[in-house]
Design a protein around this ligand. Structure first.
Ligand SMILES: NC(=O)c1ccc[n+]([C@@H]2O[C@H](COP(=O)([O-])OP(=O)(O)OC[C@H]3O[C@@H](n4cnc5c(N)ncnc54)[C@H](O)[C@@H]3O)[C@@H](O)[C@H]2O)c1
Length: 417
């Protein structure tokens, strides 16, 4: 369709920015984001998500463009905006809707619009397509074409990068699918898979994360069972993991933008067609309740009104992303039980935490807490001097097994899942 397409990426977050920079090594790429602060930071060479270094940004040919007239020059539009859930855990498609309106105002005959945001099967064609049609006065599949390519990157993961993982692509027509395979293939050594159609590609993404969620829920459930039996889940997993086909999942809080959210998109789509997604929602319930369950178990180990140091606040280790972190649920649950919790996270942005969660984090831990809780296994936490941080007979609560393989100083009590 296009020998050398010009590409516009709409939404320059965790997904859109690395993608735009990788594509800009091979194509002319314009990047657009509604967040002006983000654009200013990126122009100055700073990626607050920590995915790209200053050098990677300043060396990139990616152009940050805010002028819609200039953006219209693109042949391919790639939408990478957030798809969270609302307070009822239903898909919140407001960003997808507004980005689609915007892209609809830019497209012309022959344009290709690809969605990378994680959605439920059918969303691209049944929800986004009509918005694009209404805004552009063009017809999808005839005047312009839809595509879908799920994103698989994993924040903080320096091995599985956007240009080193298999990219699933799908198009409204065979030609569009081929074009997308060629475009994405240029950045990742032609490691692409053409899915049968757009709905299949959408479905494949949403089950990748639902599968992880369900497996973690199983491990979280057995952690509770074994905890009551006086067994450590980590000891049990270490033994079970020696079997060739045992799946290596770990217990813990399931937060973030993907694993704790995407299963609700699938559940929503299932309910719409009259299927009760029992396993999917049961997994969600277990994982969503994990913070409360851990708080109850910790409370049983703590003195009344304990001073607690919570180590880590982000949704996972070594990333600054605090969206949908479940550590906040743990903090609130412990506070409800009368404890005094100080949160320390050297990676997260304190202002962002205050703005999103109305919580002040400490800059430096004090000494002699009644308990230290390892909530997120950021690098460096394993080496913290526990003896000073915790009072002489205090508690080291190791949710993620940070200190499992180290000897905890004598006198301190050690608790783990
Ligand atoms: N973060 C991940 O690791 C990951 C992995 C796979 C898939 N995904 C999916 O990719 C999508 C994007 O996730 P993310 O983590 O990059 O989100 P993000 O919040 O980091 O980035 C989204 C960006 O889109 C911008 N934006 C919002 N509305 C916009 C609009 N109308 N027009 C232009 N820009 C707009 C925001 O300002 C933000 O910079 C989501 O659907 C997510 O589920 C994310």
């Amino acid at each position: 369709m296009y020998e050398n397409p010009v590409i516009t990426v709409v939404g320059l977050g965790y997904v859109g920015l690395p993608l735009a920079v990788a594509l800009a090594r091979h194509f002319e790429v314009m990047g657009y984001d509604i967040d002006e602060k983000r654009i200013a930071e990126l122009r100055s060479g700073h990626d607050r998500t920590g995915e790209l270094s200053r050098g990677e940004l300043t060396d990139s040919a990616l152009e940050y463009v805010t002028d819609p007239e200039a953006l219209k020059e693109a042949h391919i539009f790639i939408v990478t905006v957030p798809t969270p859930v609302d307070a009822e855990n239903k898909p919140d498609l407001r960003a997808v809707e507004s980005a689609s309106r915007f892209v609809g105002s830019l497209i012309r005959m022959g344009s290709v619009v690809v969605y990378e945001s994680t959605v439920y099967p059918g969303c691209t064609e049944a929800f986004c397509g009509p918005i694009l049609e209404a805004e552009s006065d063009l017809i999808a599949g005839q005047d312009f074409f839809l595509g879908y390519s799920p994103e698989r990157i994993n924040p903080g993961d320096k091995v599985h990068r956007v240009d080193s993982i298999t990219k699933v692509v799908a198009g409204q027509t065979e030609k569009v699918a081929q074009l997308l395979a060629q475009v994405y293939g240029a950045m990742n050594g032609n490691d692409t898979f053409i899915a049968r159609d757009i709905r299949t590609a959408e479905a494949s993404k949403v089950i990748e994360n639902a599968q992880r969620d369900i497996n973690i829920a199983f491990v979280n459930e057995i952690a509770e069972i074994f905890g009551k039996m006086g067994l450590s889940i980590y000891d049990v997993l270490e033994a079970a993991n020696t079997k060739w086909n045992f799946l290596p999942f770990s217990p813990g809080l399931v937060g973030g933008h993907c694993i704790g959210v995407d299963p609700y998109y699938l559940a929503h789509a299932a309910e719409k067609i009259g299927v009760d997604p029992r396993v999917i929602l049961s997994g969600r319930r277990i994982n969503d309740n994990m913070a409360r369950s851990i708080a109850a178990r910790l409370d049983a180990e703590l003195p009344r009104g304990a001073r607690i140091l919570m180590l880590g606040f982000t949704f996972k280790e070594n990333v600054p992303d605090i969206r949908n972190t479940k550590v906040i649920d743990l903090v609130r649950a412990l506070e409800e039980k009368g404890h005094d919790v100080a949160v320390y996270d050297p990676i997260a942005d304190a202002d962002e935490i205050r703005a999103h969660y109305d919580l002040s984090v400490i800059e430096t831990p004090e000494l002699a807490y009644d308990a230290v809780v390892g909530a997120v296994p950021h690098s460096g936490f394993a080496e913290l001097p526990l003896r000073g941080l915790v009072r002489a007979d205090g508690l080291v609560a190791d949710i993620k097994g940070i200190w499992r393989k180290r000897s905890v100083p004598q006198g301190l009590r050690y608790w783990t899942l």
